[in-house]
Design a protein around this ligand. Structure first.
Ligand code: FMN
Length: 202
């Protein structure tokens, strides 16, 4: 039962350079479990029971992914649609309420430059703005939000820069853990009766 759960959503983990390096750096930290979700669910068929239990077993959550079309990769969206919908709209009392208070850190990698992600830059908006849907999700789910961790210009990172990105990521996770208390207790999932929450809306 880890303190910190890192869920990596990379569509092609075997060809990843940057996310693979970040995941490896995170995995060196005490009490961190890194899960390669694409490797676990290559055909996209996410095991909702297992993922709910996994979330409830940790005290902090990191969502790590490469930026794709200014958004999250398909498997991360599918995970939100399946796991978070179940927890917060189908079994809110048994599952969603129990996840509330779990701090969330988002970590994303981008091919373009930091300058591109500025007003007047090629991509118009800062990456922090492009993370607003995740921030709104965190707000809805009661997951305390932290300033995201970004790596830019992924295609230009040489080995030294890649190692530095890994060190920076590990340091960010550690400083976040020092500054934000984890959810009070790691909770086992409890059996939930099948029912649909009436009137639930984002
Ligand atoms: C389908 C696709 C869409 C992408 N969209 C963006 C994007 O919107 N903005 C950006 O800066 N980079 C974009 N990229 C570049 C990836 O974010 C980049 O290749 C990745 O972060 C590198 O990490 P990796 O070495 O772990 O694969 C895209 C790449 C792919 C394959």
């Amino acid at each position: 039962m880890p303190d910190t759960l890192v869920l990596m959503f990379h569509p092609s983990p075997a060809t990843s350079r940057v996310n693979a390096a970040l995941a490896a750096a995170a995995a060196t930290l005490d009490d961190v479990a890194v899960v390669d979700m694409q490797a676990l669910y290559p055909n996209g068929a996410i095991d909702a029971d297992a993922e709910v239990a996994r979330l409830l077993s940790a005290r902090r959550l990191v969502l790590q992914f490469p930026l794709q079309w200014y958004s999250v990769p398909p498997l991360l969206k599918a995970w939100q649609d399946l796991v978070l919908t179940r927890m917060y709209y189908i079994h809110p009392r048994e599952e969603g309420d129990r996840l509330m208070g779990t701090p969330l850190l988002v970590a994303s990698t981008a091919g373009n430059t930091a300058a591109a992600y500025t007003p007047g830059g090629a991509n118009l908006y800062p990456l922090t703005e492009m993370m607003r849907p995740l921030q709104a999700t965190a707000n809805r789910c009661g997951l305390p939000w932290a300033s995201p961790f970004f790596v830019y210009e992924t295609g230009r990172l040489d080995d030294a820069a890649l190692a530095e990105a890994g060190r920076a990521y590990a340091a960010r996770i550690e400083s976040w853990r020092r500054s934000v208390p984890g959810r009070a207790a790691a909770l086992p999932a409890i059996a939930a009766p099948a029912r649909i929450a009436a009137g639930a809306a984002c």
